[in-house]
Design a protein around this ligand. Structure first.
Ligand code: F6R
Ligand code: MG
Ligand code: MG
Length: 397
């Protein structure tokens, strides 16, 4: 059945199974991408097909009830990804509650099947109105649809939210990536970057290109500063004012839980074309297998490999970290079927380079910079070793 298909999740419930319902003119659309690791199959590598079916059935029912307009279910590595469109805005209690219910039902199923780490990302017992801070990751944005609205959902496994800093910067601020910054009059004045300090829980909005070096000074330190949203500027003639062009999830599970309970594998939504970077400029940002932190035990640097849905499984040394891109046209809050954008020979060479970098990094074994610096490792035996060595450590004269 679907296990043998290339696009495991893509063929079960086509996104346009239900007829469009009339939509109020000028009503805004919300795209919510909510994800959680509720059990791996096997180990931390992938999601069991039963969980995908369960999630798709739950979202189909919600569509029939009119709670959401459309949906797609995917997975990246061991993360179950719920892609939903609706008209209830961001942080909506019913939408977040729907995702929470699916994750808790899925956890029951995961326990029944004996999946690995069942319910790993669900940190609270009861839903209290908003899924943020409860374990799952959320990328959500509300906006006025343009006449034609291309949107890409990016999903990563075995890495952290700061892994999006480099490609999002490239898309929206780097003229060597995005030709439109130089030659498209509609966004020649650049974009606004909302950057979060995830250690001190503060945020700042910086303007590109005027504050380019300040932006880079912050986001180069990707374990602390993350790009949360990108906005078009006021003078962009093709976009509604104040509505985001991109959003990244920024949950840090270990900060929420006070202890490490699993990787905070991130997701992002990026709108494209017509006043924004073209689809090809958005994807071009992934044509370099840059190093991200995560990988084995969330404690190693490794190359980010762009992959198809079929290959969105983490195997070698629990990786290497992967990114999946599903593209849609959005119309009246309804989705076309997804296009599996990295399922393309144009990305073969990037994957090949990622393989070479995987070998190169692995040969460092337990040494930095393959292993993360001490303060960023999510597993460590160092305190125990220091304790057991006790007074065998002598002062250096
Ligand atoms: C990293 C990840 C895996 C696990 C590793 C050990 O995000 O999920 O690399 O950390 O497989 O897992 P446990 O401790 O569950 O055996
Ligand atoms: Mg896992
Ligand atoms: Mg994961």
């Amino acid at each position: 059945m679907y296990i043998t298909r290339n696009l495991v999740t893509l063929n079960i419930y086509p996104a346009n199974l239900f007829k469009p319902s009339p939509i109020q003119k000028n009503m805004k659309t919300t795209f919510s991408l909510i994800k959680a690791d509720i059990g791996g199959w096997p180990g931390h590598s992938s999601v069991h097909p039963s969980l995908i079916t369960l999630a798709a059935e739950g979202l189909k029912e919600a569509t029939q009830k009119g709670l959401i307009k459309d949906f797609h279910v995917a997975h990246c590595g061991d993360d179950l990804e719920l892609l939903m469109t609706h008209q209830k805005g961001e942080d909506n209690k019913e939408i977040h509650g729907l995702a929470w219910d699916i994750f808790t039902q899925g956890t029951k199923e995961a326990k029944k099947l004996g999946l690995y780490g069942a319910g790993q990302d669900l940190l609270k017992d009861a839903f209290s109105g908003n899924i943020r801070g409860m374990g799952p990751g959320v990328a959500e944005m509300e906006f006025t649809e343009r006449k034609a609205e291309p949107i890409v959902a990016f999903m990563m496994d075995k890495t952290e939210p700061g892994a999006f800093n480099l490609p999002i910067f490239r898309m929206f601020a780097d003229p060597f990536n995005t030709a439109g910054l130089v030659i498209d009059p509609s966004f020649h004045t650049g974009f606004l970057f909302e950057i979060w300090d995830i250690r001190d829980h503060k945020r700042v909005i910086l303007e590109s290109p005027q504050e380019l070096y300040d932006i880079l000074a912050l986001i180069g330190a990707k374990s602390r500063f993350v790009i949360k949203r990108v906005y078009p500027k006021e003078d962009n003639p093709k976009l509604s004012k104040g509505e985001p062009a991109a959003v990244v999830s920024s949950e840090k599970l270990y900060q929420i839980a006070g202890e490490y309970v699993g990787k905070d594998d991130p997701v992002a939504l990026v709108r494209a074309q017509s006043g924004l970077p073209a689809l090809g400029e958005v994807l071009e940002a992934f044509a370099f297998p840059y190093l991200v932190s995560g990988w084995m035990r969330g404690s190693h640097n490794g190359p980010l490999m762009p992959v198809s849905q079929k290959n969105a499984r983490c195997t070698r040394f629990d990786g290497p970290p992967r990114v999946l891109a599903l593209g849609f046209q959005l119309h009246n809050a309804r989705l076309t079927e997804p296009s599996d954008l990295f399922d393309d020979p144009a990305f073969d060479e990037v994957r090949h380079q990622a393989q070479l970098i995987t070998d190169y990094m692995r040969r460092h074994g337990p040494f930095e910079p393959h292993r993360l610096p001490m303060e960023e490792m999510e597993y460590t035996t160092l305190p125990a070793i220091m304790k057991s060595l006790g007074n065998r450590f002598k002062p250096i004269k």
